[in-house]
Design a protein around this ligand. Sequence first.
Ligand SMILES: [Zn+2]
Length: 312
Amino acid sequence: MQISSVNKQVDFTEKLTRVLENRKDITIQKYPLEYKKGKYDFLKIASKDINPQDPVLLIRAGIHGDEISGPLTIEHYGNEIFDAAHKAGIKVIMYPIGNPSGFSAGLRYNIDNDKGEGNNDFLRYELEDGSLSGDLGEGKIPFQRFLWASDPSLAIHLPLETELMHKLLKEDPLNQIKGSIDLHQDYLTPNAPPAAYQYVEGNVQEYKPIAQEVSKICPLFNNQFIGAGYQTQINESGQIVGNPLESEAIKSDENASIVRYDGSLTDLTYRLGTPYNVAVETTGATPIDMACKVNLAWIYGFINLIKKHSVS
Ligand SMILES: [Zn+2]
């Protein structure tokens, strides 16, 4: 299968709904988001009948609207993903287009260019001196406690799509989420060849077999200094206007993993007790169908890990 482009003529949310709507074992819900420049539906697709003892895999894609491989992975492999998870006794909650207006317009942030403090904004750490931080880097900075970024006491402005995601997540069975996957692409690291790497939290020593699977699909961006998103300055249209010094970049390990507590969705799920958390990245030079296969390898890898640890 060749996955190479998005047909903007067809509303992608509708297309994704059509791919999955005949399934009897899922629910598809749409939540309207009203921006100044237009109205867009936010999608949640979840296994039906999530019982209190069921392990759950959370998948979110497309929070950065120009990173299309995540939503396309759900479009092309959504049925296989639900089939594989259900066969393994795992329920799935998917937010397949985290930023629908950005996706539609090909923008990193939403159509109103309201990015808040970055639209993947999920938590704040209260440090020992009482100050707040949204990024502990590799996690060597001690902190007293964490708060959801939407905590009213913080009064942080969140973009509409992020605010809605917070609200919906709080209604999800958070203590049952055993794996949390966030699908991204990296268009920011300069001159990067086709390659895959990942930001990770949790029992990351168990990710080696998944990285090995990924390496059969796409070269691993391992033992590399990666600047994307870490003190990278990005302007209104998502272009890089300043790169971090190499000394400030984080180096990926031999599995292409970077442990990073950056206030993102996967950092939040880790703090809430999810043992396996990953933000999958493929560089912008990676062909889209290859990027989708990398995403799928992580999804199947997490299904295997959850299954292995849920059998009692
Ligand atoms: Zn991203």
